[in-house]
Design a protein around this ligand. Structure first.
Ligand code: C2E
Ligand code: C2E
Length: 167
C-alpha cells in the first residue's frame, strides 16, 4: 500500500468506527446483530485500516448500518460533512504534541497561535472555532470534513458524545 492509500484506508476505518459507535454497537454487537454475517475481528480490522475493504463489502456494510454509502467515505457526502461540522471540536494537545508526523506541524502552529491569542495555556485541550476549521481546510487544501477525518485519524479529537461506546 502506498502511504496515501494507507492513510485513506485508515480514514475510512475511523469513519466506519464512528458510524458503529454512533449506533451504540460494540464489534461483538455487530456480529450478533448481523447473525454472524459480519465477524467482529473482520470489522475491527477494517476499522483499524489493517485490511482494505472492497466497494462491494462497503456497500453491504452501509446497508447493514442503514446509512448511505457516501456516509462511510472519508470527506464524502453532505451529511457526513454536516454532522462533523456540527459537533464541537476539542483537540487533545498532549496527543497532538506527541504526533510524529510533519503533516501535523501546520496544525500545531495554528493551535499555538490560538492559545496565545486566548492566553489559554492549560496545555491539555483546546476548543477550535468552526470558522477556524475552514481556515485549516485552506491550509491543508482539503474539505473541512477531511480535516476532521485527519484529526480523527491522528487520534487527537476529544468527542465526549462519541467516547461512550467502546470497541
Ligand atoms: P474576539 O473574537 O473579539 O473575542 C473576544 C472575547 O470574547 C474572547 O477573548 C472570549 O473571551 C470571548 N469569545 C469570543 N468567542 C467565544 C466563543 O466562541 N466562546 C467563548 N467561550 N468565548 C468567546 P479571548 O479568548 O481572550 O480572545 C481574544 C481574541 O483572540 C479574540 O477576540 C480573537 O480575536 C482571538 N481568538 C481567540 N481565540 C480564537 C480562535 O479560536 N480563533 C480565532 N480566529 N481567533 C481567536
Ligand atoms: P463555546 O464557548 O461553547 O461556544 C459555542 C458557540 O457559540 C461558538 O462556536 C460560537 O458559534 C458561539 N459563541 C460563543 N461565544 C461567542 C462570542 O463571544 N462571539 C461569537 N461571535 N460567537 C460566540 P465556535 O465559534 O465554533 O467555538 C467553539 C468553541 O471554541 C467555543 O465553545 C469555545 O470553547 C472555543 N472558543 C472559540 N472562540 C474562542 C475565543 O475567542 N476565546 C475562547 N476562550 N474560547 C473560544
Amino acid at each position: 500500500m502506498t502511504q496515501q492509500t494507507q492513510q485513506y484506508t485508515k480514514a475510512l476505518g475511523s469513519r466506519l468506527r464512528a458510524i458503529r459507535q454512533q449506533q451504540g454497537l460494540s464489534l461483538q454487537g455487530v456480529e450478533e446483530k448481523s447473525n454472524g454475517r459480519w465477524k467482529a475481528v473482520v470489522v475491527g480490522s477494517y476499522e483499524r485500516g489493517d485490511r482494505a475493504v472492497t466497494v462491494q463489502k462497503l456497500s453491504e456494510l452501509a446497508a447493514f448500518y442503514g446509512v448511505p454509502m457516501s456516509e462511510l467515505i472519508p470527506g464524502g457526502g453532505q451529511f457526513g460533512a454536516a454532522r462533523e461540522l456540527s459537533s464541537k471540536l476539542v483537540v487533545d494537545l498532549e496527543r497532538l504534541h506527541e504526533l510524529d508526523t510533519e503533516e501535523a506541524a501546520p496544525l500545531s502552529r495554528f493551535v499555538a497561535t490560538v492559545q496565545a491569542q486566548r492566553g489559554d495555556y492549560n496545555g491539555k485541550m483546546l476548543s477550535i472555532r468552526q470558522d477556524d476549521l475552514r481556515t485549516l481546510a485552506v491550509i491543508y487544501a482539503e474539505a473541512p470534513s477531511q480535516v476532521v477525518d485527519r484529526m480523527q485519524l491522528w487520534g487527537i479529537l476529544r468527542q465526549p458524545d462519541r467516547a461512550a461506546a467502546t470497541a
